[in-house]
Write a protein that binds this ligand. Structure first.
Ligand code: TXA
Ligand code: MG
Length: 328
C-alpha cells in the first residue's frame, strides 16, 4: 500500500472520504498524531489494531468534533461529569464514561466504559466533522513505539500500512491526553498529561486520585501494562546535572555513544558532550520530549535524561520517560 502524506483542505477531504470507505487515516491532534477509523464500524476498528500491531485487549479512544456528539455514545451524564467535561473539552483530556450500545465492544476491548476525547486542534475537528462519524483513534505509532508528534514520525512507523497521513505540522502539547475515569464515585487519573490533577480538582473539589508516582489500588489504564514509548536504545534517568555528566562520561569510557536530554538552562555545563535541549519551561519539556527521544535514538547506545519532575507537567513527562527507561 502506498502511504500518501497530504496537507490542507485536500488532505481533510481525502481523509474523510477514506474513513467513509471504511479505511484508516492518520491525523494531527494537539497532543500527538492519531490513527483514526470509523468507531461505529467493526471492520474499520479492526484495521486500526492491525495497522499498529496493537493487542486487541487495549481499548481505543473515541474522538468527536462537537460537545453534543458525546450524548449518543455514553449511557449517562451526571451533573458532576458534565461540569468536568465542559471545563476541559475541547482539549488534551480523555474522559471515561459508561458506554452506550452504539459503541462496538471491539472499541473498548469489552470494557463497559468508553474514552471520549474532543481535540482542540482545528484540523482534527474539521476532519472528524467531515467524516460525519465518531473516530476511534489510538496514537499513530506502531504498538510499543514512541507516540508521533510529527507527520514524519507517523510515516517512519506506518509507511506502507495505511493509505493517508494528514500533515498538520508538529503537535503543540507533545504527549498524550490525560485519561480521566469519571465512571465511578471517585474521579481517577489513569494516565497523567498536560491537564493535571490540580486543574481537575479545581473544577471537581478535592476528590481526584492522582496516580503519578503513587502506588494505586485500582487497575491503571489497560494500555499502561505494555512497555510503551520505547526508544530503540537504552535510556536512563538521572536526578542531577552532576549525575548526568558522570553517567555520560562513564558511558564514553565504556565506548558507548551517549546523548543527554537536558533542560535548556543547563546547556553551559555540558562542555563538548552531545545533548538535546528540552526547553526552559515544563510546557516546552512536554512539547519536545518525544521528538527528542526519536532524534536521540539514532546512532546512540544510551540516552540520559535529566529528571523533570519538579512540576506537575514535568511529572507527566517523567511518567513517559520512566516507561521508556523501563523503570515502571
Ligand atoms: O492524546 C491522546 O489521547 C491520543 C490522541 C490521538 O487522541 N490518543 C492516544 O490513544 O494516546 P492511545 O490508544 O495510544 O492511548 C489511550 C489510552 C490507553 O492506555 C488505553 O488503554 C486507555 O487510554 N483507554 C482507552 N479507553 C479506555 C477504557 N475504556 N478504559 C480504560 N482505559 C482506556
Ligand atoms: Mg499510544
Amino acid at each position: 500500500m502506498i502511504t500518501e502524506v497530504l496537507t490542507g483542505a485536500a488532505a481533510i477531504a481525502k481523509g474523510a472520504e477514506l474513513i467513509r470507505m471504511g479505511e484508516v487515516v492518520a491525523f494531527p491532534t494537539e497532543t500527538v498524531y492519531g490513527l483514526g477509523g470509523n468507531a461505529l464500524l467493526e471492520s474499520s476498528v479492526d484495521k486500526i489494531y492491525k495497522a499498529k500491531g496493537r493487542p486487541a485487549d487495549n481499548p481505543l479512544i473515541v474522538h468527536i468534533a462537537e460537545f453534543v456528539d458525546i450524548y449518543p455514545l455514553i449511557a449517562e451524564m451526571s451533573e458532576r461529569n458534565y461540569a468536568v467535561a465542559k471545563a476541559f473539552m475541547p482539549g488534551a483530556i480523555t474522559i471515561l464514561f459508561p458506554k452506550s450500545k452504539l459503541i462496538p465492544d471491539c472499541v473498548t476491548a469489552g470494557l463497559r466504559n468508553v474514552g471520549i476525547r474532543m481535540p482542540a486542534h482545528p484540523i482534527a475537528r474539521e476532519f472528524i466533522k467531515k467524516c460525519g462519524v465518531p473516530i476511534a483513534a489510538p496514537s499513530a505509532n506502531m504498538s510499543s513505539r514512541i507516540s508521533p508528534t510529527e507527520a514524519q514520525h507517523v510515516f517512519d512507523d506506518l509507511n506502507g500500512r495505511i493509505p493517508l497521513i494528514i500533515d498538520g505540522g508538529s503537535s503543540d502539547v507533545g504527549i498524550e491526553s490525560t485519561v480521566l475515569d469519571l465512571s465511578g464515585d471517585k474521579p481517577i487519573i489513569l494516565r497523567p498529561g498536560a491537564i493535571t490533577a490540580a486543574m481537575i480538582s479545581e473544577v471537581i473539589g478535592d476528590q481526584v486520585l492522582n496516580h503519578v508516582g503513587e502506588v494505586i489500588a485500582q487497575a491503571p489504564a489497560p494500555g499502561m501494562k505494555y512497555r510503551h514509548y520505547a526508544p530503540k536504545c537504552e535510556m536512563e534517568v538521572v536526578d542531577s546535572i552532576e549525575g548526568l555528566l558522570a553517567t555520560y562520561d562513564n558511558a564514553l569510557c565504556d565506548n558507548r555513544r551517549a546523548v543527554a536530554l537536558i533542560k535548556s538552562g543547563d546547556k553551559d555545563k555540558m562542555g563538548c558532550r552531545s545533548y538535546i535541549e528540552l526547553g526552559y519551561s515544563d510546557d516546552e519539556w512536554l512539547h519536545n520530549i518525544y521528538g527528542a527521544m526519536r532524534r536521540a535514538e539514532i546512532d546512540n547506545d544510551l540516552i540520559i535524561c535529566i529528571d523533570l519532575s519538579s512540576t506537575d507537567k514535568g511529572k507527566s513527562a517523567m511518567n513517559r520517560v520512566n516507561k521508556a527507561s523501563k523503570k515502571v
